[in-house]
Design a protein around this ligand. Structure first.
Ligand SMILES: Cc1ncc(C[n+]2csc(CCOP(=O)(O)OP(=O)(O)O)c2C)c(N)n1
Length: 518
């Protein structure tokens, strides 16, 4: 084998099955090696932000990494925004970034850059293969790093000469790392705290928001009366009918602080104390009440399920949670479509085990509550605040879970960052229905103007938040990339369009015209 073949074989032996790629000349050996390897699926993304977002969606749903192939520093830089979201979401990815051959670096050829410096802020682990003989070991270490609980972003830089050198062996896969356990004393302390007087919140994030972990949280709520609260932006929240419901911390800082103010005690599992997304003049940044006792039982990198189970047992909690979410189908309205009525239609039609990729931004505020009692589903959220993530993660989710319907709730402004994702959905015939929320503006920024204290923004300022001059032809864009599309501006029209989209397997786009504003 050459080095590239040894690396790809090592990745496959370590459990990596998919590679999302946008390669260049320095990655040609890697592309050829993927071609020869029947165990590795190769998926082209037409922009690196699609590649990295797809790998994030895959990691969230598969609980193991996909690989990416990225073209030197500039390719990695294009991928950075969604790698940032993935790292914030503790997702799992192995990035393979090509570099010039070692001897060529001294010439400072045009694509030469400081790849390590670009990788550092969006990676948990960065390494360059030291030689062709080291490439397999480096690959095995990268997968091990990416599997660090609950997931990490591992970036491996591969010089072209290491990839093309012949006579190289693959490396033995590493064992999948164990998740750190919480000490028994910490569990006992938390149990004692939960028995005290006063309102208590069990604040959950990360892996604590999976169905089984929520069951344990529900047992704790049953015996202590603690309220179950989740972080505002979760990597993957399993919710819907029959599951243990959690209250979601509001987005706006003052609403979040108001929500938390009644708690005398907050116990964190899989999350850290929440802070406001941005600073605003005269508004709180730290959201927990000054007077509350804050107990960090398990951080996002500590085993969540076992922690909650042990805590429930320590409290002699009943076997079953007290409350499960009943099935609720909100009434479907009629006439002009808006976020709420759209959410009602969605709740009534979304099939069991749907995967919702939520980049609806302001529209999500209307849609999310309406789907609380819909058929059980997974809800994936924007963990790092960097928009352009919703369509790419829908690709990765659909690749990881080919038997489940993926619904991408995608705001128009955010969609335009990585709209090329539609083409990959069409090429791979992925079962994704995109609901494109066309409100013709950056609505959230209209709200933010007021919140940061700008009294009357002028026409030049407002033009920077407007998406209607020219209006974007979503149906044409979608069909131009191979995804059949329709436009709906009434509840009835949207209902019919969604019914049709859900009745087929394969990508569809529905342009849903909704009013701007919250
Ligand atoms: C990479 C990146 N660039 C810019 C922003 C700033 N930003 C936040 S929301 C937003 C616009 C959102 O508009 P849209 O997606 O249409 O949703 P709406 O607010 O209309 O619901 C922008 C530009 C960001 N969060 N991330």
């Amino acid at each position: 084998m050459n080095g590239a073949e040894a690396l790809i074989q090592t990745l496959c032996d370590s459990g990596v099955e998919v590679c999302f790629a946008n390669p260049g000349t320095s990655e040609m050996q890697l592309v050829a090696a993927v071609d020869k390897q029947p165990r590795m699926r190769a998926i082209l993304g037409l922009f690196e932000g699609v590649v990295s977002g797809a790998a994030d969606g895959y990691g969230r749903m598969a609980d193991k990494p996909a690989a990416t192939i990225l073209h030197l520093g500039p390719g990695l830089a294009n991928a950075a925004s969604n790698l940032h979201n993935a790292r914030r979401g503790l997702s799992s990815i192995v990035n393979i970034v090509g570099d010039h051959a070692t001897d060529h670096l001294k010439y400072d050829a045009p694509l030469t850059s400081d790849i390590e410096s670009l990788a550092g802020p969006v990676s948990d682990w960065v390494r360059r293969s030291k030689s062709a003989d080291d490439i397999g070991a480096a690959g095995a270490e990268a997968v091990e790093a990416a599997l660090g609980y609950p997931g990490q972003i591992a970036t491996l830089i591969v010089p072209a000469d290491h990839a093309w050198t012949d006579g190289i062996s693959s490396a033995t896969p590493k064992h999948w790392p164990e998740a750190p356990q919480v000490a028994d004393q910490a569990i006992a302390d938390a149990a004692a705290a939960l028995k005290k007087e006063g309102a208590t919140a069990l604040f959950l994030g990360g892996r604590a928001l999976r169905e089984e972990a929520l069951e344990q949280a529900g047992r704790i709520a049953a015996v202590t009366g603690a309220r179950l609260v989740c972080e505002t932006f979760a990597t993957r929240l399993q919710r819907g009918a029959g599951r243990v419901p959690v209250e979601r911390l509001p987005y706006f800082g003052e609403m979040a602080a108001d929500f938390l103010k009644e708690f005398a005690r907050i116990v964190f599992v899989g999350a850290t104390p929440p802070v406001s997304f941005f600073a605003y003049p005269g508004k709180p940044g730290w959201l927990s009440p000054e007077s509350a006792e804050l107990l960090q039982l398990a951080g996002p990198r500590d085993q969540a399920l076992e922690t909650l189970r042990k805590l429930a047992d320590a409290l002699d909690a009943p076997e079953k949670p007290a409350a499960l979410q009943p099935s609720v189908t909100p009434p479907v309205g009629e006439g002009q479509l808006d976020a709420q009525s759209l959410g009602g239609v969605l709740a009534s039609l979304m099939p069991e085990d749907s995967i919702i990729c939520d980049e609806a931004v302001t529209a999500s505020l209307g849609i999310y509550p309406m789907t609380q009692g819909a058929a059980r589903h997974d809800w994936l959220m924007l963990t790092g605040g960097s928009i352009g993530f919703g369509l790419p993660i829908a690709i990765g989710a659909a690749v990881a879970c080919p038997d489940r319907k993926v619904l991408a709730l995608e705001a128009d402004g955010s969609a335009m960052y990585t709209i090329q994702a539609l083409w990959t959905m069409a090429r791979e015939n992925l079962d994704v229905t995109t609901i494109l929320l066309n409100n013709g503006c950056y609505a959230i920024l209209n709200v933010e103007f007021a919140r940061v204290g700008v009294a009357a923004p002028g026409p030049k300022a407002m033009s920077l938040l407007d998406l209607t001059r020219p209006a974007i032809d979503w149906v044409a864009i979608s069909e131009g990339m191979g995804v059949p599309a329709v436009r709906a501006d009434t509840v009835e029209g949207f209902q019919q369009a969604l019914q049709e989209a859900l009745s087929v397997k394969g990508p569809r786009l529905i342009e849903a015209v909704i009013p701007p504003g919250l």
